[in-house]
Design a protein around this ligand. Structure first.
Ligand code: NAD
Length: 493
């Protein structure tokens, strides 16, 4: 028996106007456990016009404090429903229940963080040379924001977009990934309960065709996208049709660097967190482990020992440490990248094969996989795998490690393990990435900026500044001089 989900448009729960549906598969047992609508172009048009009407007639007129009340209610509901929501998300994408539950509470924090900003969005008074001119700025919402997310952390990634968009006074059309839409649709029920007026939050589902039509739409004012780099480029091209501003949170191939002077055991734990958490299906995966030559063998031995003990299993079991890949396409891609690694001549020191074991028969399981003596130019060191596959690369000194770290088309995150403060500051300055973690990895806060450089995208989420991505500045200039002016020359004083 599968659950038949509906979309949320203008406060109503609706099917696709064509009745087309997509199946959603539990990656742990390959069972179809739910179906979601494939939105038609008409549904997309409806959702955008609902968002537009809600923006013009209600949302831009109410106070920040009122928006904040609803956002805090939504946060409370997410906390209350964390257990149920996390079971659904784990069933949808195979992510560990301990992680999905944590992400529900983290998302609640995100809504509270941005709720606190709703009444702090204001302009400036600008002193001008001409004292008879009064100049000030207003920060205004953009209008209708389109929010598109990937399947690996649907609720958490959406929070990074929805919370600042609503806080700044925008209305939204959300499109989650076709591989994991259920919790986003469930969030619609919480949005209703929290009292948001109809049309402020609209949720439509479907595959890339829906995203394509949405991002070309002439009646939208902002796009925020989390997903793969190739899709990000396509969206950026679509957005250029109507000059719609875009935030892009894309892929990564992040370096995690261990120096000889590091606390080795903690660094090894950090390496495990970097690549095997979420079965490596995280944009910030520390998938290139760069290790100082004097400790290379020691680190590799400890890492392999630790990775061997990782418990694969049902992601709903709280003791499981690694679940399956989230879907069949992802599973096949990871396996083909492992084959590429074997062919490239890197040393496969752990995993790399099919997984057998009780309870693992039907899931898309890939074991923790470690390649040693990888060259940075190999495809396993350059391409995002988005799976539990680590490339371990030796380095001789600080200059070489910086070169290796930055020799990547991506620049999302990075980690440095050292006890030397001079290295901390030098590397933090020189590494080309949106985040540098020192003696930690995969650590997040709603107030800490998150985003990438190079092919990892642009724009920042989660921080105070993120709210500015959902506002524009208007300048207002008031003349209260008594005298007349020369009409044929621009007044510059
Ligand atoms: P994807 O790019 O295949 O899909 C992401 C979303 O885009 C989905 O909702 C999909 O339906 C939609 N889409 C597909 N084609 C589209 C088109 N032509 N126009 C508009 N929308 C379209 O990515 P994915 O496989 O869902 O997610 C994995 C990728 O996401 C990885 O590269 C990962 O690094 C990245 N990611 C980045 C972050 C970050 O914050 N930087 C976080 C998580 C995941």
């Amino acid at each position: 028996m599968s659950n038949k989900y509906k979309m949320f448009i203008d406060g109503e729960w609706v099917d696709s106007s064509t009745n087309e549906r997509l199946e959603t598969v539990n990656p742990y047992n390959q069972e179809v456990w739910a179906t979601i609508p494939q939105a038609s172009n008409k549904d997309i048009d409806d959702s955008i016009s609902a968002a537009r009407t809600a923006f013009e007639t209600i949302w831009k007129k109410i106070s920040g404090a009122e928006r904040a009340n609803m956002m805090v209610k939504l946060a409370d509901l997410l906390d209350q429903e964390a257990e149920r929501m996390s079971i659904l998300e784990t069933t949808d994408n195979g992510k560990l229940i301990r992680e999905t539950k944590n992400q529900m509470h983290f998302s609640a924090k995100g809504y509270r963080f941005f709720a606190g900003l709703t009444d702090k969005i204001y302009g400036e008074v600008i002193p001008l040379e001409n004292q008879d001119l009064f100049d000030y700025t207003r920060r205004e919402p953009l209008g209708v924001a389109v929010l598109i997310t990937s399947w690996n952390s649907p609720i958490s990634l959406l929070t990074n977009k929805l919370a600042p968009a609503l806080a700044a006074g925008n209305t939204v059309v959300i499109k989650p990934s076709e591989h994991a839409s259920v919790t986003t649709l469930e969030l619609g029920k919480l949005v209703e309960k929290a009292g948001f007026p109809p049309g402020v939050v609209n949720i439509i589902t479907g595959d890339g065709r829906v995203g394509d039509y949405l991002t070309k739409h002439p009646n939208i004012n902002k796009i925020s996208f989390t997903g793969g780099t190739e899709t990000g480029k396509r969206i950026s091209r679509n957005a250029s049709e109507n000059l719609v501003p875009v935030t892009l949170e894309l892929g990564g191939k992040s370096p995690n660097i261990i120096f000889e002077d590091a606390e080795i055991d903690r660094a090894v734990t950090g390496a495990v967190a970097g690549i095997f958490a979420a079965s490596g299906q995280t944009c910030i995966a520390g998938s290139r482990l760069l290790v100082h030559r004097p400790i290379y063998n020691q680190v590799l031995t400890k890492l392999v020992e630790k990775a061997k003990t990782i418990k694969l299993g049902n992601p709903l079991d709280p003791t499981t440490e690694m679940g399956p890949a989230a879907n069949e396409a992802q599973y096949s891609r990871i396996l083909s990248m492992i084959e590429a690694g074997k062919e490239s001549g890197a040393d496969l020191v752990l995993g790399g094969n099919e997984v057998n074991g009780e309870g693992l028969e039907k899931g898309y399981f890939v074991p923790p996989t470690i390649f040693a003596n990888v060259e940075n130019s190999m495809s396993i060191a350059q391409e995002e795998i988005f799976g539990p596959v680590l490339s371990v690369i030796p380095f001789k000194d600080e200059d070489e490690v910086l070169q290796l770290a930055n020799e990547s088309k991506f620049g999302l995150a990075s980690g440095v393990w050292t006890t030397d403060m001079r290295k901390v500051h030098r590397l933090s300055r020189e590494i080309q990435a949106g985040t540098v973690w020192i003696n930690t990895y995969r650590t997040a806060a709603p107030s800490a900026p998150f985003g990438g450089v190079k092919m990892s995208g642009y724009g920042r989420e989660r921080c105070i500044q993120a709210i500015h991505d959902y506002t524009r500045i208007k300048n207002v200039m008031i003349n209260y001089a008594e005298d007349d002016r020369d009409p044929f020359s621009m007044q510059t004083k």
